[in-house]
Design a protein around this ligand. Sequence first.
Ligand SMILES: Nc1nc2c(ncn2[C@@H]2O[C@H](COP(=O)(O)OP(=O)(O)OP(=O)(O)O)[C@@H](O)[C@H]2O)c(=O)[nH]1
Ligand SMILES: [Mg+2]
Length: 173
Amino acid sequence: MKQKVVLLGDTAVGKSSLMRQFISQDFDQISTTSLSASCANFTYEGRQIEIWDTAGQEKYAAITPMYYKKAALIIIVFEIVHTYSFERAKWWYEQVRKTSQTPVIIVGNMTDLKQRVNQVDIQYFLSQHNLQYFQTSCKTGKGIDNLMKNIVLHAQVDKFEEKSSKKSSCCCM
Ligand SMILES: Nc1nc2c(ncn2[C@@H]2O[C@H](COP(=O)(O)OP(=O)(O)OP(=O)(O)O)[C@@H](O)[C@H]2O)c(=O)[nH]1
Ligand SMILES: [Mg+2]
């Protein structure tokens, strides 16, 4: 049973880089901005995940909800280096909750760089909404395996079985 998982977050926070780590465990410093959503599959401990990478630029924000419709799990990503990306992560969370009760987890990416987002602000946001938080570095690979493990844990089969069993329209990279 394949579970649909969607990456959300502003441009340049590392969504495509996370996807690349999930699929091929590598990193590209000069990855280009995504112009549309794309999808790929990975298997972790026998569980199949269909992961969707969305385009984070402001101009695509209006069409993004159609990608997280029927998702089993939404991952909202920000970069720990830029406070604005964290503010936008909060905004993305509000957008999701306007139309969906799909489980959400938060990822603070780029832990190989100096953290500038206030940790207290992060904790406040997480506790306010009872959200789980994971830290990653796509550059070093740190935290990726733990994140994959938790994606599988949070993308519960039973709750979303019916929806996810419908024909997949995955346009794999
Ligand atoms: N140092 C460092 N750089 C990273 C990390 N993750 C991603 N990057 C770099 O950050 C830039 C943006 O990463 P992308 O994965 O393209 O960002 P994105 O969220 O997909 O951006 P959009 O497609 O525009 O929405 C790229 O140059 C990546 O190589 C990380 O953990 N550490
Ligand atoms: Mg991208």
